[in-house]
Design a protein around this ligand. Structure first.
Ligand SMILES: O=C(O)CCC(=O)C(=O)O
Length: 279
């Protein structure tokens, strides 16, 4: 690429709690300023009414179909969902989730995992952990991944909602064995069906056992900073997904940065990639 055609290179970076000037109007228009603050300060936030009730029903139904869960009271799960039905790209590309992901894990972020869980009455709790499980402590100052759990059903403690340990996001380390067993000062995240609960890689979380009838159906969507290795590998589906969903999907699948092309690094995208990495 000719030198004159290169984008201007940034030399500064933003602090973790800052909203970039390019993202700020999007955050304002979508009414997500408080969510950004909560994510930065408390490590988690809830977006209610992330989409329409019709979309939530469609997502729930498709998860139940793909999860292998028996109707009404069975448990199950599924993964690699981005490539399994168009409802999942729609969830992943939801404008509110995309804006919060850019805030939390930086411009040019990737999709790491699209999975689902169905928890019936009697489901045991999962263990306490931080999603920065891929990293040693101390965790970096900048968040590396953000998870959005799309709660197709109401979240309540008895219903087996996610729990978080307030303040643990400030510790920048994994919980030890005693903390994992005790879950000190855990609080339930409670919210209506159709909400998305987002948390960063720092906060310690788990879920409660489910003691009520019916099933808790959740889509787990994880976005990651552009330099991280993703949990799921969608390379076999990239062309189809990008043809169907365009540039944002191309970014999520790593096609807009200079890393890991079939012909090696694509240096025409180097400055743009480095600029994204700084935002
Ligand atoms: O299922 C939940 O409530 C929590 C899931 C979880 O820990 C995760 O997706 O990292």
């Amino acid at each position: 690429m000719a030198e004159t055609a290169r984008p201007r290179a940034y030399h500064d970076t933003l602090p973790p709690e800052a909203i970039s000037e390019e993202l700020a109007p999007v955050i304002a228009e979508l009414g997500l300023k408080d969510n950004c603050r909560e994510l930065a300060e408390e490590g988690w936030t809830v977006v209610e009414n992330a989409a329409t009730p019709e979309f939530n029903d469609r997502l729930r139904e498709k998860i139940l179909e793909l999860s292998g869960a028996k109707p009404d009271n069975g448990g199950g799960g599924a993964n690699m969902l981005l490539a399994k039905d168009p409802v999942f790209p729609e969830a992943v590309l939801n404008p509110k989730l995309m804006a919060l992901a850019e805030f939390s894990v930086g411009r040019g972020f990737l999709i790491s995992q699209v999975a689902a869980s169905v928890r019936p009455k009697g489901s045991q709790a999962i263990g306490l952990h931080a999603d920065h499980n891929w990293l040693p402590a101390p965790f970096p100052v900048h968040n590396m991944l953000v998870t959005g759990c799309w709660a197709c059903d109401e979240y309540s403690k008895a219903g087996g909602s996610t729990l978080v340990i307030p303040g643990s996001n400030k510790l920048h380390r994994h919980p030890d064995a005693k903390e994992t067993a005790d879950k000190p000062k855990a609080i339930a995240i409670e919210c209506p069906a159709g909400s998305v609960v987002l948390w960063d890689g720092n906060i310690w979380h788990a879920n409660w056992p489910r003691t009520t009838d019916g099933q808790r159906v959740v889509c787990h969507i994880t976005y990651t900073r552009l330099m991280m290795r993703t949990v799921e590998d969608y390379r076999a589906h990239t062309d189809d997904l990008v043809a169907a969903h365009g540039e944002k999907m191309s970014q999520l699948l790593g096609q807009e940065d200079f890393l890991e092309g079939p012909n090696g690094a694509d240096y025409t995208k180097l400055v743009q990639t480095f600029n994204n990495a700084k935002r």
